[in-house]
Write a protein that binds this ligand. Structure first.
Ligand SMILES: Nc1nc2c(ncn2[C@@H]2O[C@H](COP(=O)(O)OP(=O)(O)O)[C@@H](O)[C@H]2O)c(=O)[nH]1
Ligand SMILES: [Mg+2]
Length: 216
C-alpha cells in the first residue's frame, strides 16, 4: 500500500514557489515584507502611517482577509497600490497566493510591498510567502506573555513591532520582559516599540525598512 505524505509535499512545493517569488522580486527591486499579527493589533494603521511618512518610496499592499475590502480601500485612499485577496476561509497566505496577488497588482513600480497576512499568530508563521522580511506585531493590550503562547511566530520573525505603546499606562505590559522573552526564542529578532497613533518610535522602524530595501 502506498502512503503519500501530502502535508510534507505541499510544504516542499510551497517552499519552491516561495524561493521563485523571492528571486523574481529581488530582480525587480521589490522588498516584500510579510506582516503578521493577531486581528486588531494595528497592521493597517501601522502600514498607513509608514506609507504617509516614507513618501520618497513607492508602496503596494497585498491585503489578505477572509472577507471584506475595507483595508485595501484604506490603503488606496493614501495613493498606494492595493489588492485585496480573499483567502476562501484559509487562515494564512502561501507563496502561490502571494504571487497571484502580485500579478493582480499589474505593476512592478514598487519599492516596498507589504503583505498584510490573515490576522492570527499561528498559521501565518508556518508558511513561507516569498517575503524577504517577516515583521510581526504584538500590541500592548494583548499582553507581554504572548511569546510564551505563540513561540513559532516569534522564532520566525525578523522584526517584532510592539504596537500601541501610547496605551502602556493603562495595561500591565512590560516591554523589557516581552523583549527578553522574544529574544530567548530568537536572539536575532529586532524589537521596535511604536505608537502609530502618536508616531513615537516610528522613525527607527522606518529607518530599518529603508535599510532592508537598499540591501536587496
Ligand atoms: N491607541 C492606539 N490604537 C491603535 C494604534 N494602532 C491601531 N490602533 C487601533 O486598533 C484598532 C485595530 O487597528 P487595525 O490597524 O485595523 O488593526 P489590524 O486588524 O491588525 O489591521 C483600530 O481601532 C485602530 O485605531 C495605536 O498605535 N494606538
Ligand atoms: Mg487590517
Amino acid at each position: 500500500m502506498k502512503i503519500i505524505e501530502l502535508g510534507a509535499s505541499v510544504t516542499a512545493s510551497n517552499d519552491r514557489d516561495a524561493e521563485a517569488l523571492r528571486a523574481r522580486l529581488k530582480a525587480q527591486g521589490i522588498l516584500l515584507v510579510n506582516v503578521m499579527s493577531a486581528a486588531g493589533s494595528g497592521k493597517t494603521t501601522l502600514l498607513s502611517r509608514i506609507i504617509r511618512d516614507m513618501d520618497d518610496l513607492r508602496f503596494a499592499v497585498l491585503e489578505a482577509d477572509i472577507a471584506s475590502d475595507v483595508d485595501a480601500k484604506a490603503i488606496e485612499a493614501l495613493g498606494a497600490k492595493a489588492v485585496q485577496v480573499h483567502t476562501g476561509g484559509m487562515c494564512h497566505m502561501d507563496a502561490g497566493m502571494t504571487a497571484a496577488a502580485f500579478d493582480a497588482l499589474e505593476t512592478t513600480n514598487i519599492d516596498i510591498a507589504f503583505l498584510e497576512n490573515v490576522g492570527n499568530l499561528i498559521c501565518p508563521a508556518e508558511y513561507d510567502t516569498g517575503a524577504s522580511l517577516k515583521l510581526m506585531i504584538l500590541s500592548v493590550p494583548e499582553g507581554d506573555d504572548k511569546p510564551l503562547k505563540y513561540p513559532l511566530m516569534f522564532a520566525e520573525s525578523d522584526i517584532l513591532v510592539i504596537s500601541k505603546t501610547d496605551a502602556l499606562p493603562y495595561f500591565n505590559f512590560d516591554v523589557a520582559k516581552c523583549t527578553a522573552r522574544a529574544k530567548k526564542l530568537n536572539p536575532a529578532i529586532k524589537v521596535f516599540p511604536v505608537s502609530a497613533k502618536t508616531g513615537d518610535g516610528m522613525a527607527a522602524l522606518e529607518a530599518e525598512l529603508h535599510k532592508a530595501q537598499c540591501a536587496l
